[in-house]
Write a protein that binds this ligand. Structure first.
Ligand code: PMP
Ligand code: GLN
Length: 384
């Protein structure tokens, strides 16, 4: 067996959701919304299952979805993408990431990763033969610095894997951060693989800036998105990958032997959804910002120390003021003794460097958040 996978623990998201199911806990761990997703988009998928084509769609994705992705990014992010040569549909962002890393990395190439990082990144980089070079982002800003990038980039740097907005810290990188990263990518002739699945979930009037739009980046960026996040349909696993034709040719070769295609009916529905009026996307942000504010206020009223959330549907608490120093042990007690599942942020570090931060998903109905808060009050009583 290959030791990279054989020695891995089960993903923390799966572990926490299983514990939540077994114990009847309120599940604010794995990120998925209570909201069932827009009904018109779901009906479009149902209609396409019953009336439409259920055989293999084209390997690159349905032409209507590739066109919808290009138009959507033109409208929302001022990108000019050719749907024929620069857009491919994948089975979620996870497949897009796996394919991109397999296609771009040769054994021994260095890959710059930013900690905390999404749990899939490191095993996928290693399995592709990449040598990780970490930049550890520092709270509270979790921003980039010239010094940190300078120690991570070397003449062997091939790929930079960058997640913005950042899960789990709920950070949206500043224009200065993006400019700095772009300069390093250009200077080192590196390809940026940009996981932008949270691009629509940004708060307080922010607008997502794709790294691809920065000077020198158009030809060296692989941009990854996911309908799961845009439409609150995380189980659908419809993703997209955008890149200049020279990169896309290799990305497509990896995709053709990973999943080859993605269910056509879901692609039809996502194409319809991406063309929805601005009001849909604005109400998604407004509703999530409302839940963020409600949950933040509830936690603060109880006495928890909340780290502000700028994007994604997660927020974090610092558990040090509770006298806690082990997020994993804390989360186990939280789910087993108090009935609330959360995610220990140390799972997002290669060496578990940070152990005092715990992530909650707030994309939930008021009643779910209130039930969680009621149970969390017990944590404070016990700490007092
Ligand atoms: N990247 C990040 C940063 C994520 O948060 C997620 C899922 N929450 C994914 C990738 C996976 O996306 P998908 O479900 O489309 O594979
Ligand atoms: N990305 C989701 C999260 O951060 C989980 C996805 C998964 O379970 N693999 O919660």
């Amino acid at each position: 067996m290959n030791p990279i996978f054989a020695n891995l623990p089960t993903s923390v998201f799966e572990v926490m959701s299983r514990l939540a199911r077994e114990t009847g806990a309120v599940n604010l761990g794995q990120g998925f919304p209570d909201d069932p997703g827009p009904e018109d988009v779901r009906r479009k998928a149902a209609e396409a299952v019953v009336e439409g084509w259920n055989q293999y769609p084209p390997m690159m994705g349905l032409p209507e979805l590739r066109a919808a992705v290009a138009t959507h990014y033109g409208r929302w992010q001022n990108l000019d993408l050719d749907p024929e040569t620069e857009v491919m549909v994948t089975s979620g962002a996870t497949e897009a990431l796996a394919g991109a890393l397999l296609a771009l990395i040769e054994p021994g190439d260095e890959v710059v990763l930013f900690e905390p990082m999404y749990d899939a990144y490191l095993p996928l980089v290693r399995r592709a033969g990449g040598v990780p070079r970490f930049v550890t982002l520092q709270p509270p800003r979790f921003g980039l610095t010239e010094a940190a990038l300078a120690q991570a980039f070397t003449p062997k740097t091939k790929v930079v894997l960058f997640n913005n907005p950042l899960n789990p810290t709920a950070t949206v990188f500043s224009p200065e951060d993006l400019a700095l990263l772009a300069q390093f990518c250009v200077r080192h002739d590196a390809v940026a693989v940009c996981d932008e699945v949270w691009e629509h979930v940004v708060f307080d009037g922010r607008r997502h800036q794709p790294l691809m739009a920065l000077p020198g980046m158009r030809e060296r960026t692989v941009k990854i998105g996911s309908a799961g996040k845009i439409f609150s349909l995380t189980g659908w696993k419809v993703g997209f990958i955008c890149a200049a034709p020279a990169l896309m040719r290799s990305l497509a070769k990896a995709h053709q032997f990973l999943t080859f295609t993605t269910p056509p009916n879901l692609q039809t529905a996502v194409a319809y959804g991406l063309a929805k009026e601005d009001a849909y996307f604005e109400s998604l942000r407004r509703d999530l910002a409302y839940s963020r504010d409600r949950f933040t206020a509830g936690l603060q009223d109880l006495g928890f120390t909340v780290i502000p959330s700028e994007g994604t549907y997660f927020l974090n608490i610092d558990i040090r003021p509770l006298g806690e120093s082990d997020d994993t042990a804390f989360c186990r007690r939280l789910v087993l003794d108090h009935g609330v599942a959360a995610i220990p942020v140390s799972a997002f570090y290669a060496d578990g460097a940070v152990k005092n931060v715990v992530r909650f998903c707030f994309a939930k109905r008021d009643a779910t958040l209130d039930a969680a808060l009621e149970r969390l009050a017990g944590v404070i009583r016990r700490a007092a």
